[in-house]
Write a protein that binds this ligand. Structure first.
Ligand code: TEU
Length: 520
């Protein structure tokens, strides 16, 4: 077969689906999700049509941060299953044509990791320098003014036994590793090799921008004192570490990749983490996630993403929900808006990341104070997935967190039987995206459209699609706008409310409605 030009790497055209293992599917009925539970639900992923999954951590952990505090990078926590279960899950996903990304947490370990237990055992321990230790400041307090994430406490904890402070950008139970020590980098490369050798297709890398540190550990500026240090930690020291991780991935056969969690809240600061095509394959870009449901704010985010990433040849990513933030259904306030946002997310140029449960239109659970478990206040978005309308929704007697609102009517079983459901919308739009080169690989140009709306053209050769999103709660006429002129005679391919699909586009959008249009 003649080649028609370079084929994009899989992660550019893919739809990637995040699974938070605790909350996805419970294989043994103990109320906590697990790896066999995920294996048992792969038919859901196949019907949904996603290309890859990203599994949040399932490694051995004391669970102070629900798996982001790792005590053994190469072992599976018993609550999630066994290493054999992980192997079987990877194999099953591959058998279904689904790639697998696992979470790599390079910046910190659990305080119960043998590395840290050795490091804190004495100042002379060979692993002491694997973490970041300092003496007290002259006033007896912590070495600098950095603040930890989750609660406004110092990012330093004093270790009584050895008389020094250790750095932790997150919980005191998550000491930061010292990447300036080459042994740490080598140990983390061993972890990467361990999972690549087991067949994973790559990694979502936790807080990758946080691994390099200012060697002087200078104070954060006074105007930012009291805010977490993490989103400020943007250091040149990090880039060589990422380049060497990239080289390691590239040394493996198959298309292995990494998507970095660069939690810097300005796209201009995120762009350099793609390097000259020699650092991250993809990076998360969180400013759009924090944009409200507002046309002008979204237009600005799309323009900013394009202007920062296009010139350096960096492929964008888009994400509306994850395990760290209120779900977009909850943030935007209605299922209609969440459904319009689906066509926004899947219609933009770049790789979309879905968070399990958004395909059901789920909002956050209301978690009563006595059931709060996360120190970061993120329980609501981690509510278990309702698989069926029964009382336990597929989770035994009691799940580890309360279910989302409307679980009884929004379960997978309910929606699978209803083409008008949000699940039906996700299936149709993912299938349409896969079938259209314009949508999964094409160029993008914003079109003139009325206030309160954003419209854009996607094109790849002769294949074209137009996306128009109405961010207002009133109907909008596109009469006389560039968007309408461009869509003369076009047909509604997918509509967020299902209205008019297959019919000629009439030039009018309903309240909080989005459409994908194709030439008639
Ligand atoms: O998150 C990093 C991070 O910066 C977020 O925690 C963010 O500060 C906060 O959640 C905003 O609401 C990653 C993981 O995604 C998160 O689950 C972990 O808790 C954290 O790293 C530590 O590993």
């Amino acid at each position: 077969m003649a080649s028609v030009g370079p084929v994009e790497p899989w992660w550019e055209s893919a739809v990637i689906y995040q699974i938070y293992p605790r909350s996805f599917s419970d294989g043994d009925g103990d109320g906590v999700g697990d790896l066999p539970g995920i294996r048992a639900r792969l038919d859901h992923l196949v019907r949904l049509g996603v290309d890859a999954v990203w599994l949040s951590p399932f490694y051995r952990s004391p669970m102070k941060d629900f798996g982001y505090d790792i005590s053994d990078h190469c072992g599976v926590d018993p609550v999630f299953g066994t290493l054999a279960d992980a192997d079987a899950l990877i194999a099953d996903c591959h058998a279904h044509g689904i790639r697998v990304l696992v979470d790599l947490v390079p910046g910190h370990t659990s305080d119960r990791h043998p590395w840290f237990e050795a490091a804190r055992s004495s100042r002379d321990d060979p692993k002491r320098d694997w973490y970041i230790w300092r003496d007290s400041a002259p006033d007896g307090g912590p070495p600098n003014n950095w603040v930890a994430a989750f609660s406004p406490v110092p990012a330093w904890t004093f270790d009584d036994a050895t008389g020094q402070w250790y750095l932790h950008q997150f919980l005191p139970e998550q000491p930061d590793l010292n990447w300036a020590n080459p042994e740490v980098e080598e140990a983390m490369h061993d972890v990467v090799r361990f999972w690549l050798d087991r067949g994973v297709d790559g990694f979502r890398i936790d807080v990758i921008h946080g691994i390099g540190k200012d060697p002087l550990l200078a104070d954060d500026p006074p105007e930012l004192a009291g805010l977490p240090h993490v989103p400020l930690n943007d250091r040149p020291e990090t880039h060589p570490y990422i380049r060497r991780l990239r080289a390691l991935l590239d040394s493996y056969p198959g298309e292995r990749m990494m998507v970095g969690e660069v939690y810097l809240l300005d796209t201009a600061l995120v762009a350099p983490y793609y390097g000259d095509g020699d650092e991250l394959h993809l990076s998360f870009n969180f400013p759009p996630l924090y944009a409200p449901w507002d046309a002008e704010r979204w237009r600005a985010q799309i323009e900013k993403t394009t202007s920062e990433l296009d010139p350096i040849g960096a492929w964008p990513t888009w994400v509306l929900s994850n395990h760290d933030n209120p779900r977009h259904r909850t943030r935007y306030g209605s299922e209609a808006r969440a459904r319009a946002a689906t066509l926004l997310l899947l219609g933009l140029r770049g790789t979309p990341f879905l968070y399990a449960g958004e395909e059901l239109g789920l909002g956050d659970a209301e978690v009563p104070p006595e059931r709060v478990v996360d120190p970061g206040g993120r329980d609501g978005c981690r509510a278990p997935i309702p698989w069926d309308p029964t009382h336990g929704h597929g989770w035994g007697d009691e799940a580890w967190l309360p279910f989302p609102p409307e679980a009884a009517t929004h379960s997978v079983a309910d929606q699978a039987a209803d083409p008008h459901s949000t699940l039906g919308l996700y299936q149709r739009s993912i299938a349409a995206r896969r079938a259209s080169a314009a949508l999964h690989a094409g160029d993008q140009r914003l079109l003139g459209s009325p206030p309160g709306t954003v419209g854009w053209l996607r094109s790849a050769g002769a294949d074209r699609r137009i996306v128009v999103v109405n961010f207002t709660d009133a109907p909008v006429d596109l009469d006389g706008t560039e968007a309408l002129a461009a869509t003369d005679g076009w047909v509604v391919e997918v509509a967020s409310d299902g209205q008019g699909e297959g019919a000629r586009f009439g030039g009018r959008l309903g309240p909080d409605q989005a459409v994908w249009l194709r030439p008639g």
